[in-house]
Design a protein around this ligand. Structure first.
Ligand code: OMP
Length: 224
């Protein structure tokens, strides 16, 4: 089995990111660098991590008017990331323009409903539907816009995959059995997400905060 684990390297410190990536390199399929890392280290930081040889998932969650998002996408093309995130809530035109501006080898995926939100939180931001319904709605819009796939929780990935057979499904909010949810609200185990059709598994703290991150990654891989 190809290793589906992408570790969320959520740190602003380049040296820490490099050390962690070196340590887990043999146990994972790729690394995810987010806003925190990119704001602190920019293109240089991404290049340095890239030199270690793992695919890079650049999680910038772009969300703005179509022109601005397309220009931002062009500005990161030089980095040739394997995966980039945008927000589906930016609308169809924004997603279309983002995909058109992305490099040929970059998968552009749309964040649907953040895994840190539950039904109540979603209602508070003006969406009267359940996360399941909202994910289905935004996944259909992302597919129409020509994106490669979506980001959703393990609660919705099975239905999303049934509706979009060749979609690429990124699933974060994963916790090994008995793990601490922290700020995540829609969690499942890595195995559950994998069985339900996740293409890649985004895992942060259960690996990065473990006493031995490489052992933690190996143990999670062993459950898949
Ligand atoms: O786009 C993401 O990767 C993402 C979307 C989402 O809905 N929920 C979510 O947690 N993430 C990211 O996935 C990672 C989860 O980290 P942990 O909760 O530490 O495993 C973080 O880097 C989040 O930014």
């Amino acid at each position: 089995m190809t290793n589906p684990i992408f570790v969320a390297i959520d740190t602003p410190y380049l040296e820490d990111a490099l050390e962690l990536t070196r340590r887990i390199k043999g146990q994972v399929g790729g690394v995810k660098l987010g806003l925190e890392f990119f704001c602190a280290n920019g293109h240089h930081g991404v290049h340095e991590v890239q030199k270690l040889g793992l695919p890079i998932f650049l999680d910038l969650k772009l969300h703005d008017i179509p022109n601005t998002v397309a220009k931002a996408m062009q500005a990161i093309n030089l980095l040739e990331p394997a995966i980039v995130t945008i927000h589906a809530a930016g609308g169809r035109a924004m997603m279309e323009d983002a995909k058109a501006a992305a490099g040929l080898h970059t998968k552009v995926v749309a964040v649907t409903v953040l895994t840190s939100l539950d039904n109540h939180d979603l209602n508070r931001v003006g969406v009267p539907d359940s996360p399941e319904l909202q994910v289905a709605r935004l996944a259909a819009l992302a597919q129409e816009a020509g994106l490669d796939g979506i980001v959703c929780s393990g609660h919705e990935v099975k239905a999303a995959k049934t509706a979009w057979k060749d979609g690429f499904f990124v699933v974060p909010g994963l916790r090994p059995a008995g793990g601490t949810a922290a700020d995540q609200k829609r969690t499942v185990t890595p195995r559950h997400a994998r069985d339900d059709g996740a293409s890649i598994l985004v895992i942060g703290r259960p690996i990065t905060k473990a006493e031995s991150p490489d052992d933690a990654a190996r143990a999670i891989m062993g459950t898949l």
